[in-house]
Design a protein around this ligand. Sequence first.
Ligand SMILES: NC(=O)c1ccc[n+]([C@@H]2O[C@H](COP(=O)([O-])OP(=O)(O)OC[C@H]3O[C@@H](n4cnc5c(N)ncnc54)[C@H](O)[C@@H]3O)[C@@H](O)[C@H]2O)c1
Length: 445
Amino acid sequence: MKVGIVGLGYVGLTTGLVIASKGHEVIGIDIDDKKVKMLNAGRIPFYEPGLEELLRKALDSKLFIATTNYDAIRDAEIIFISVGTPSRDDGSIDLSFIESSSTMIGKALKGSSDYHLIVVKSTVTPGTTRNIVGRIIAKVSGKKLGDELGLCMNPEFLREGSALYDTLNPDKVIIGELDEKSGEKLYEFWYEFYRDDTEYLRTTLENAELIKYAINSFLATKISYINMLANICEKIPNCDIGVIARGMGLDKRINPAFFGAGLGFGGSCFPKDLRALIAFSKQSINYDPLILEATLKINEKQALHAIEIMKRELNDLHGREITILGLSYKPNTDDIREAVSIRIINELLRLGAKIRVYDPKAMKNIKRIYGDSLIYHNSAYDALDKSEAVIIVTEWNEFRKLKPKDFLRMKKPVVIDGRRILLDKLEEFRRLGIKYYTIGHYFEL
Ligand SMILES: NC(=O)c1ccc[n+]([C@@H]2O[C@H](COP(=O)([O-])OP(=O)(O)OC[C@H]3O[C@@H](n4cnc5c(N)ncnc54)[C@H](O)[C@@H]3O)[C@@H](O)[C@H]2O)c1
């Protein structure tokens, strides 16, 4: 089968390469000419484990090609849309890439007598697939929705850092369908991949759109909830949020996933999707989603909690040498979109601190934003050398391996473990006279 993928970012590229790996011919479309050239040369523009190898295999077997020319998808049976859906300044969803790609798909399909199924994979607010994507493509192509043109909404749940694994092993496939014919075609397509190893839910387009937001905002709420409890724990002698979360997880009604207290969430999805759902609720259906607003507020404060702790030790941060370990929004990716590190760096710069940074993968991306304002290091050890305080922001495995004595190279070590990855070494930190603080663990100052 010939499959088109429009938008070759994390979602589109991973989806396209997995589809190609099963023997289908995949045409990838992107407006970014540089990206297209890079992909055709066998290189991935971002870091994602396993993806480059899959790209090379797909190129060798001639089952994948990237292009900027939409005409190449004219004879594709299924066309996935996976373009970005960023936030506007007021937090609402920016649908301009969805609109422009729909127009281009419509133009490419004009005059085709075949049936094409359009599948929206991008995260979009309820009503977008039917009222924007469906309408634009039908109008521009001149094809009728239903008999000549199918329409589905198939939200994506992959996580950056394990995008390939997640795409090969989804726990659910949600299919929002305009009609039975569209839904059946997409169901059969995915069933060929996953058989009975996953759960399928077929529903309306709008339910599928909202399920994606519901899951992301619920997970974000779990994180803010546990961070709120963590902040309470810090004030109660003998309390630790890790034990509280474990206890909560023992209750069969509560799933313990996403209960890791820390400096909050960032990334390309949770913050923007929360903002989009809040704006949609307020602007389109006149409803105040109070829980979601609290989730976002708690998260905004949580990143700076690390600096509050540090200030209690160092008072004025002006001119102080502070190390940040971990810049990507989570481990195993170089993605820094809305990363917690950025909020911390901005505040430290405002306070006049000298900032030294290290990350295993995200240095290039951070350098692009901050240029000469930061001091860049090639290892955690170098970044710690003679520094006065450190904040561990991202829980990369190599930071988990740090030993308390490694921090002795600092001037007068103050360690703020924003991800609780070294808490099991607390006694040794104390024995070495190192000030160690972490989120959600009672501390006396
Ligand atoms: N990244 C994730 O972890 C993730 C997970 C689940 C869902 N999503 C959702 O999937 C969608 C895509 O996310 P992403 O992270 O892959 O985005 P991305 O920004 O990495 O990639 C989007 C791509 O679309 C291209 N594009 C923009 N306009 C285009 C057009 N008119 N025609 C062709 N290409 C165009 C861009 O050049 C870019 O390469 C978003 O709606 C996002 O919310 C993302």
